[in-house]
Design a protein around this ligand. Structure first.
Ligand SMILES: C[S@@+](CC[C@H](N)C(=O)[O-])C[C@H]1O[C@@H](n2cnc3c(N)ncnc32)[C@H](O)[C@@H]1O
Length: 507
């Protein structure tokens, strides 16, 4: 791949933006594409094939075959031959009427992360919506829901070395290059790395100064003995029956039994984390008869020896899970769909699997040896969902503060109520005193905490200037209750409110 050809391609793609594509297709065709129905988009594009944008959408988003003379005006700089040399196009001949067809999906991508907006173009393999066929086993995935979720959950602050494990089309590495000094991106798939390299070159001007180094190999093999400040991975975590070869796709299946790939990652990632380094993975995990998901995940965290925080966002029973992944690869259209479904159910049954969880795993190598590593295993199936990058940082910092401050230190500290917290009081009709007081967090995890009069009074008076111990003593005399007893009652509630970000340490 020559960088000169890539520069020429970049010049031709200037008007190929997310907004321009949305404007041309319109909301209905866009929404239909989101449901994997391309017909409305094909009908719209048919009317615009003589415009560069229409031709680019037809060929690279919808996978349509068009005469060479319709695509050529859209790529005057790189030319059709240049696209073919880059591996993006096949040409049936050299006449203007000969058909051309995309070999890959190429589309604009726009995002806003904590560092501001980014506009890129990304290549990946054409989806089954574009080809009308089930995916190939070495399919290179484009940006999907999981990619966006991980990008949003990733901590975005200036950092040194980042590892993107299982880079696919290279999207997480591109995001990381915006705030890292050096990025290593690995994949087991040579084809994924080829497309990722093209994507990194195509968008190089937006990550000036940071190099992304692609390396081929499995899991931690390509980086053994090295250390990273941040590891991100949207790994091939899909739990797949091993006795059904047609269920295996490189982009989603790591080739292990059950959730073993995610377990291995959790248990081994500490070997490449620098002190203070953080790893963030998406994953699936099983809940088995006699071993619920929390027990299972907790045992992995213990084996890792790292600080660990797991948030479970979804929970699916085995049938629902199998259906989703059979549909994801387009195999529900095939004649063997029932056999595949049965193989999936039998595989889950063989391990007593009652359900599968999905969520985010955050691990951190402590800077120094600590008595007790951080352990949080929680479920967020409603509300704002997985924690965004800012919340991940803030939560880890609050946990560190709590670990460093015993009860004596907490009593001497001053706390203030966070700016996004509001209080709701619910009264029975005619009653003077409230029957329910709720403290509601506007941001973060959007927690709602029920408080009694003493806790509500404490939070209401937490303006950051009176130490916790003195505030509790003042409340005890106001409420005419025993000071020691109130202190014992409130301290653990106060710790929980600090942990969840409703109260913030002032000093
Ligand atoms: C779900 S895709 C993620 C792609 C991309 N990082 C994203 O966020 O969209 C998982 C990637 O892991 C790769 N992979 C599969 N098995 C692997 C292994 N044993 N070691 C490293 N990468 C692997 C696949 O080829 C695929 O590109």
């Amino acid at each position: 791949m020559t960088s000169e050809l890539v520069s020429k391609l970049r010049a031709d793609l200037t008007g190929f933006t997310v907004d321009a594509v949305n404007d041309l297709l319109g909301p209905m065709a866009q929404a239909a594409l989101g449901r994997e129905q391309s017909l409305p988009a094909r009908l719209v594009v048919r009317e615009h094939l003589n415009e560069p944008l229409g031709a680019l959408i037809a060929v690279f988003l919808l996978g349509l075959e068009v005469p060479a003379e319709q695509l050529a005006p859209a790529v005057p700089t790189v030319g059709l031959a240049g696209l073919a040399e880059l591996g993006l196009l096949t040409q049936a001949g050299h006449d203007s009427g000969d058909p051309v067809r995309a070999r890959v999906d190429l589309r604009p991508y726009a995002t806003v992360d904590a560092l501001g907006p980014a506009d890129w173009w990304l290549t990946s393999d054409l989806s089954e919506v574009a080809t009308g066929r089930p995916l190939a086993e070495d399919h290179v995935l484009g940006v999907g829901g999981a990619s966006l979720t991980l990008a949003r959950c990733t901590i975005r602050r200036p950092t040194g070395r980042v590892l993107d494990l299982g880079t696919g089309c290279g999207i997480q590495a591109l995001h990381a290059a915006r705030h890292a000094q050096h990025v290593v991106a690995t994949d087991i798939s040579a084809r994924a790395l080829t497309l990722a390299e093209l994507n990194w070159q195509l968008n190089a001007s937006t990550i000036a100064g940071t190099t992304i180094e692609g390396r081929r190999g499995s899991l931690l093999d390509p980086v053994a003995g090295e250390f990273f400040d941040l590891v991100v991975s949207n790994p091939p975590f899909v739990i797949t029956p091993r006795n059904a070869p047609s269920a295996a796709f490189e982009y989603r299946d790591g080739g292990m039994v059950g959730d073993d790939l995610v377990r291995q990652l959790v248990e081994s990632i500490g070997s490449v984390l620098a002190p203070g380094g953080i790893a963030q993975f998406l994953g699936n995990w099983e809940g088995r008869k006699g071993e619920g998901w929390t027990d299972r995940i907790s045992s992995w965290l213990d084996a890792s020896g790292l600080d660990g925080w797991v948030v479970q966002r979804e929970w699916q029973d085995p049938a629902e899970y199998a259906e989703i992944w059979i549909r994801d690869s387009g195999q529900h259209l095939g004649k063997d769909a029932d056999d595949l479904y049965a193989a999936w159910l039998a595989d889950f049954a063989s391990r007593g699997v009652e359900g599968v969880g999905f969520g985010l795993i955050t691990l951190r190598r402590p800077v120094s040896e600590k008595a007790a590593p951080l352990r949080v295993v929680e479920e967020r199936r409603t509300g704002p969902g997985l924690p965004w990058g800012d919340e991940v940082i803030a939560t880890l910092e609050r946990q560190d503060w709590l670990a460093a401050n015993d009860d004596e230190a907490l009593l001497a500290a001053t706390l203030q109520v966070a700016a996004d917290v509001t209080e709701e009081r619910h009264h029975l009709p005619g009653a003077e005193d409230p029957s329910v007081i709720l403290l509601r967090q506007g941001g973060g995890a959007g927690r709602v905490v029920q408080a009694n009069t003493a806790l509500a009074g404490f939070v209401g008076a937490s303006s950051g200037d009176i130490p916790v111990g003195r505030l509790i003593a003042a409340l005890a005399s106001l409420l005419e209750v025993d000071g020691q007893a109130l202190r014992a009652e409130l301290l653990s509630d106060v710790r929980n409110l600090v942990r969840d970000g409703l109260l913030e340490p002032r000093n």
